[in-house]
Design a protein around this ligand. Structure first.
Ligand code: HAM
Length: 415
């Protein structure tokens, strides 16, 4: 039997229903902040991610699903949504829309990762991007959205951590100082860190290797080297979060795995598993990097699979959607009437099941029970003739004789 590729998942109907419930709750939060949904291609030109996400990142170096299409173009399945959103913003002239442009997405992402708990090769992200404002107030807003999302999902035990990684100007200064610190022991760092030393030393702080973590202890902190503008920006973010009574920790080791970030970066971490459920930050240079005008932006993305883990742990009650009615019928004329009634009820918005297998009454009854139909209506020879039928409440067992007319059926579905 052919099996699904490693790192992918099948979502069976019961789980899909839970995802929909979660997506609905998140959408309500996003709507309340007046964000609008954007849908983007699953694949983009590889160069978009090389330039946007950054050549020295794990995502670009090791994790992209890249292939040449039949026309010889290098194509990559999107590993994240920000680069595509910014490309779409520029390509569709969204700069002329009322600014800032506030977008959200819910899309599948593809990364060739070492598969483990919470780390898949095909996963889904709900993300937001605010394009066109450099104000700290936008940083606070997106952090608040994250906070509201977890509140709406009844997910506690989430820690918010924030940091600032400065702007290219102050970061360049800091990188020099950091390189001096790392350079003293460079030979002892892992090979990946060594390759990052010249081009992207900040990422060395993010290395998960034990020996590198050890060597990084006591490293100079970006926060101590922020320029006046970046310092003020970060202070404002913190002050505003304080005034909203949002708890957070400052974690100078958050540098994020993607190169476009500037100033504020943040992560929401599941305190139980230690996994990052939501990550984001400001990316003031990305629009320009793609050839657009200077346009600051900020956003985040949250992994739905990781959200679902936490949601299921904290929300045991799940209201399963079951049919409002099962209409039993047998015989051509009876089936015609059952079909006519079913279609009319469906048009009115009821969930209706009827036989599509030409089963016996007995088997239909068993099936109606299994799928937890709320009501049962039998249309047999007698009912067809008399135009009267019994409707049964499957929960209470109560039966009622009704006229086989739409109004009468509907009246008895609603009690
Ligand atoms: P990211 O940190 O790479 O950021 O991913 C965001 C979230 O996606 C993670 O916090 C995690 O919940 C989930 N995630 C990432 N990789 C996997 C995986 N292999 N399996 C399951 N879940 C995963 C970004 O992608 C940025 N584009 C976020 C952003 C938007 N920044 C600004 N705007």
């Amino acid at each position: 039997m052919i099996q699904r590729p490693k790192g992918t998942r099948d979502l069976l109907p019961e789980e899909t229903s839970k995802w929909q419930e979660v997506e609905k709750k998140i959408k309500k939060v996003l709507d309340s902040y007046n964000f609008k949904e954007i849908r983007l291609p699953v694949f983009e030109h590889t160069e978009l991610f090389q330039r946007g996400v950054g050549e020295t990142t794990d995502v670009v170096q090791k994790e992209m699903y890249t292939f040449n299409d039949k026309g010889g173009r290098s194509i990559t399945l999107r590993p994240e949504g920000t680069a595509g959103a910014v490309r779409a913003y520029l390509e569709n002239g969204m700069g002329s829309m009322p600014s800032p442009v506030k977008l959200w997405y819910n899309m599948g992402m593809y990364r060739y990762e070492n598969v483990q708990k919470g780390r898949l090769r095909e996963f889904h992200q709900i993300g937001v991007e605010v394009i066109g404002t450099g104000s700290y107030l936008a940083d606070v807003d997106v952090i608040l959205i994250g906070n509201q999302m977890f509140k709406a999902l009844n997910i506690p035990n989430i820690k918010l951590t924030i940091n600032s990684i400065g702007c290219p100007k102050c970061r360049a200064e800091y990188q020099k100082i950091l390189k001096e610190f790392i350079g003293k022991n460079l030979d002892s760092y892992c090979d990946t860190c060594k390759t990052r030393f010249d081009k992207n030393p900040l990422r060395i702080l993010d290395c998960k290797e034990k020996k590198c973590k050890q060597l990084n202890i006591g490293a100079p902190k970006m926060l101590d080297y922020l320029c006046e503008e970046c310092k003020e920006h970060f202070e404002n973010v913190k002050q505003m979060l304080d005034s909203c009574k949002i708890k957070y920790e400052i974690d100078s080791s958050i540098v994020r795995g993607l190169d476009y970030y500037t100033k504020t970066v943040f992560e929401f971490i599941d305190e139980k598993s230690g996994l990052t459920v939501l990550g984001g930050g400001r990316y003031d240079g990305l629009v320009e990097e793609f050839g657009g005008p200077k346009t600051p932006a900020v956003g985040f993305a949250s992994g739905i699979e990781r959200i679902m883990e936490m949601y299921n742990e904290n929300n045991k009650e799940f209201e399963e959607v079951t049919p409002d009615i099962y209409i039993l019928s047998n015989g051509i004329e009876e089936n015609k009437l059952a079909l006519e009634i079913s279609e009319k009820l469906r048009e009115k918005g009821f969930i209706v099941e009827k036989d599509i297998c030409e089963r016996s009454f007995n088997s239909q009854m068993k099936y109606a029970n299994k799928i937890k139909a709320k009501k049962l209506l039998v249309i047999g020879e007698d009912e067809l003739k008399s135009r009267k039928a019994k409707i049964k409440n499957m929960k209470t067992g109560e039966e009622k004789e009704i006229v086989l007319e739409l109004d009468s059926i509907i009246e008895n579905l609603n009690y």
